[in-house]
Write a protein that binds this ligand. Structure first.
Ligand SMILES: *[C@@H]1O[C@H](CO)[C@@H](O)[C@H](O)[C@H]1NC(C)=O
Ligand SMILES: *[C@@H]1O[C@H](CO)[C@@H](O)[C@H](O)[C@H]1NC(C)=O
Length: 392
């Protein structure tokens, strides 16, 4: 623009008188200065706007970031609250069973009631039935939270053969002290584990797959070699020991990674659930000889290890219980019957009541039709309702 004006000035100067020339020059000079001023004001404004915009952007970024942080904190808090609510729910269940309000927990109380009477009254009648058992589970009839004692993982059980009222607590997955209580009632009334009789085992156990069978504790010794220990509870001595006859190299249930061999008792005897490297997908079953610790028979079940948390055996039928990695409701989703009388399709869909964490053990007692469950430090009894297996 300036060049153009100068040319204009030059052209004008040629044809105008010197006085006129000077006046025009002054006028144009002033206009030029004014234009220049305006331009510099625009410049200044633009740069100010740019700075303001930049500052605004920075502020927004900071605000978004703090909002994001706030949302994260809120989410964490919600998670924590969720966990607490679960916890409180469990505490309430527990307190409820401790201080029963008569009408609500009537069925629950019967669980223990029945268990006590069954020991006294029905002992003769039942032995006859044990030999030819044809029962399968039809539903979970009742549950009772008996106690909250010990760590998140463990196992509790009665002797599944002799009719003693004693209960045994295996707290933890690599410990060596077993606690014995005179009865479930005594356990429920006791302050803590040390009020029971402590039994020091000669070797640490591994996992939660132990069994109390006919006066002996059967358990897997901690260590790489899976050694079965048969421990005489009467005179406190090791009655027998043997390396587990199969290659149990992987945990039998993926949601309970400490347990490689799960011993289970039912009406028909002593069993072992395990998994091998050869058939890593599915759970294997073996019938054990309780005297020699040998395998009498073995089967590859169709039940996957993946997402399994525990299993129990009733009348020669394995019920595998599944859950999810973030614990939701435990359910029986695979069944294996050694006599092929029950298939998973025929079996009822069994959901365990309410939502807890995962069961670290489920031990069936054929004398009482009760399952002794360990759920995140809670000792729970499930009363099973039975029906006849379908006739083939
Ligand atoms: C129970 O086992 C847990 C570990 O799972 C341990 O922290 C706790 O001290 C044990 N309780 C008793 C009474 O031994
Ligand atoms: C323990 O008792 C059984 C019989 O109940 C007996 O056969 C065994 O020899 C006893 N063991 C010891 C070490 O006393």
């Amino acid at each position: 623009m300036r060049t153009f004006l100068i040319l204009l000035l030059l052209a004008a100067s040629l044809c105008l008188s010197s006085a006129q020339h000077q006046a025009l020059m002054d006028y144009l000079e002033q206009r030029l200065l004014a234009i220049e001023d305006r331009i510099s004001v625009w410049h200044e404004q633009t740069s100010r706007y740019a700075t303001e915009l930049r500052e605004f952007k920075q502020q927004m970024a900071a605000l978004t970031e703090s909002l994001e942080k706030g949302r994260e904190a809120l989410r964490t808090e919600l998670d924590a609250v969720g966990t607490r609510v679960d916890r409180v729910e469990r505490e309430m269940d527990y307190l409820e069973t401790q201080n029963p309000a008569p009408p609500c927990v009537e069925t629950d109380d019967k669980v223990v009631e029945q268990e006590v009477t069954s020991v006294k009254e029905k002992s003769k009648a039942k032995y006859a039935k044990l030999s030819d058992c044809k029962d399968m589970v039809s539903s979970i009839k009742a549950m009772k939270i008996v106690k909250r004692m010990g760590g998140p993982k463990g196992m509790w059980t009665k002797d599944t053969v002799n009719r003693s009222t004693k209960v045994y607590i295996f707290n933890g997955t690599a410990e060596g002290t077993l606690y014995e209580f005179a009865s479930v009632r005594e356990l429920a009334a006791s302050a803590d584990m040390s009020s029971g009789r402590s039994i020091e085992l000669p070797f640490l156990w591994s996992g939660t797959g132990h069994a109390i069978y006919n006066g002996y504790a059967y358990y897997v010794k901690e260590g790489k070699e899976f050694q079965l220990i048969k421990y005489d509870l009467q005179n406190s001595s090791v009655a027998d020991s043997a390396v587990f006859p199969a290659e149990a190299q992987v945990p039998v249930y993926t949601l309970s990674p400490e347990t490689y061999i799960d011993l289970a008792a039912d009406e028909e005897g002593l069993w072992a659930l395990y998994a091998t490297k050869d058939n890593e997908r599915n759970i294997c079953l073996a019938k054990m000889d309780p005297d020699t610790l040998d395998m009498e028979d073995m089967w590859d079940t169709p039940c996957p290890r993946e997402n399994a948390e525990a299993a129990f055996i009733i009348c020669g039928t394995v019920y595998v219980v599944y859950n999810t990695k973030l614990p939701s409701r435990s359910r029986v989703q695979c069944i294996f019957d050694i006599n092929d009388m029950v298939t998973s399709e025929e079996a009822p869909l069994l959901y365990f009541p309410r939502r807890y964490s995962t069961h670290s053990s489920l031990k069936y007692n054929p004398l009482e039709k009760l399952i002794y469950a360990w759920d995140d430090g809670y000792q729970i009894l499930y009363k099973m309702a039975m029906k006849q297996k379908p006739v083939v």
